[in-house]
Design a protein around this ligand. Structure first.
Ligand SMILES: Cc1cc2nc3c(=O)[nH]c(=O)nc-3n(C[C@H](O)[C@H](O)[C@H](O)COP(=O)(O)OP(=O)(O)OC[C@H]3O[C@@H](n4cnc5c(N)ncnc54)[C@H](O)[C@@H]3O)c2cc1C
Ligand code: SF4
Ligand code: SF4
Ligand code: SF4
Length: 390
């Protein structure tokens, strides 16, 4: 029976929860707001399937030869509603139009994030846009297995650890399954998100949340909450406390600091990401409206990309060069030493002030902004020179 000794060793993928034949595993929040398996030992028959299925205990190594492209959807409306270049929607539309089912992350009625499925074009809208909170998988792996057995085409999208969990649960490869993951910074706690969301919305009813609103541009995106009745709250990402705490790794899941999925050899068929640094690497694709970085990891991924190519503006790029400004592709986030201090005290403090205090940024300091920009430019130029000479 599965036993979690170190929190870093559980991604919350739900594979054990889905596999238990006696349904004696429940996924429960710890004090920080992350889900972990909890076993009802009275019902457990000791079959050990949960331990055998855990993708962290039994790690899968992939040997492939991924290709990388910079690209964006030709449909400007979809692109403007998407996080980067709107490629997810094109892939999902192809699967739906082929009679398939799409799984992805949506907001629930309380604006927590969970996985769900869609079988029509309208249904995939709810998955559009990155949500910077860990998504709850629930019993979606079981649903996927059932659909695959019925010969349905299935597209499963999620973080690399969620794809790892699904693949481990399924045990074998299905030709009718396509998996799409992301380059993943890490996932914030559901409790921290709920706390922040409630502070911002007060008693107003939320109509829509966009973590990556592009009205101020893709590179200087905003977090936007729209309320029923017409009001809205909007703040640019590098000033918004929630985004700042996320980027500075103050409230990520413990497994994200020691992520087992940081590699260019991925279990998914396709990987999607923001093409950070596109202006220096593929300048023709830089228009500040959102450019995707896409890895094609398998023959299935290649087949799918060929199907959507006519609707995409794209250029190929050397994979190592493509991730120069996206270290999260291959490296875990650095553990923030103030994380515990934050987690223990955020409810008793002014959220924004506390984040600024712990990240040591004074947003009003012109010198601070100047130094940050200067350092960024120097770093960018050095990296481009280094990689261009490869
Ligand atoms: C938590 C998180 C961290 C990320 N970190 C990075 C990073 O460090 N570097 C980088 O380049 N890109 C990162 N991305 C990916 C990037 O922001 C875009 O999601 C990706 O490029 C797809 O964009 P799109 O325009 O094609 O489609 P969009 O429509 O914007 O993408 C939607 C897709 O994201 C999935 N998704 C949304 N929220 C979640 C969630 N909470 N959990 C699992 N899946 C989710 C949906 O199911 C759907 O497949 C991250 C995304 C998330 C959700
Ligand atoms: S299967 Fe997933 S949720 Fe279960 S213990 Fe392993 S990593 Fe955690
Ligand atoms: S050992 Fe078997 S019955 Fe017990 S929790 Fe694990 S999967 Fe369920
Ligand atoms: S950083 Fe790694 S462990 Fe954390 S959500 Fe992403 S893939 Fe999973």
């Amino acid at each position: 029976m599965i036993e979690i000794i170190k929190k870093e060793d559980c991604t919350g993928c739900h594979a054990c929860y889905n596999v238990c034949p006696k349904e004696c595993i429940t996924m429960e929040h710890d004090v920080e707001g992350f889900l972990y398996p909890n076993i009802n030992t009275k019902k457990c028959i000791g079959c050990n399937l949960c331990e055998k299925i855990c993708p962290i205990i039994h790690q899968e190594k992939v040997d492939n030869n991924p290709l990388a492209y910079g690209c964006h959807n030709k449909n400007e409306e979809i692109r403007s509603q998407s996080t980067s270049g709107g490629i997810f929607t094109l892939i999902a539309e192809h699967v739906i139009n082929s009679g398939g089912i799409v799984f992805g992350a949506e907001f629930d009625e309380n604006y927590n994030v969970r996985h769900n499925s869609a079988d029509d074009i309208l249904g995939i809208e709810k998955f559009r846009g990155a949500k910077y909170v860990q998504s709850k998988i629930g019993d979606t792996y079981k649903q996927v297995k059932q659909l695959l057995k019925e010969d349905k085409m299935v597209l499963f999208t999620g973080t690399p650890c969620q794809i790892g969990g699904l693949k481990s649960y399924l045990k074998k490869d299905y030709c009718n399954l396509i998996c799409q993951d992301i380059i993943c910074h890490g996932v914030p706690s559901q409790y921290v998100w709920q706390h922040y969301k409630n502070l911002i919305s007060k008693d107003r009813n939320i109509k829509k949340i966009n973590f990556r609103d592009k009205s101020t541009g893709w590179k200087k995106y905003s977090l936007k909450l729209e309320f029923i009745g017409g009001r809205s709250y909007e703040e640019v990402g590098n000033e918004n406390a929630y985004i700042k705490g996320f980027i500075k790794n103050l409230y990520l899941r413990p497994s994200c600091y020691e992520c087992a999925y940081k590699t260019l050899n991925r279990q998914s068929d396709i990987t999607l990401a923001d093409f950070w640094g596109v202006e220096g690497i593929l300048p023709n694709l830089d228009d500040n409206k959102g450019t995707s970085l896409i890895f094609i990891n398998s023959d299935k991924g290649k087949f799918l990309f060929d199907k959507i190519k006519n609707d995409v503006v794209y250029e190929n790029v050397h994979i190592e060069k493509s991730i120069v400004f996206n270290p999260c592709a291959i490296k875990s986030c650095i553990y923030n030493k103030k994380r515990d201090l934050f987690m223990d005290n955020y409810k008793d403090n002014n959220f924004t002030d506390f984040i600024y205090e712990l990240t040591e940024d004074n947003p009003n300091s012109k010198l601070f902004i100047f130094i940050k920009k200067f350092m960024f430019e120097i770093k960018s130029i050095t990296k481009i020179i280094l990689y261009s000479s490869k």
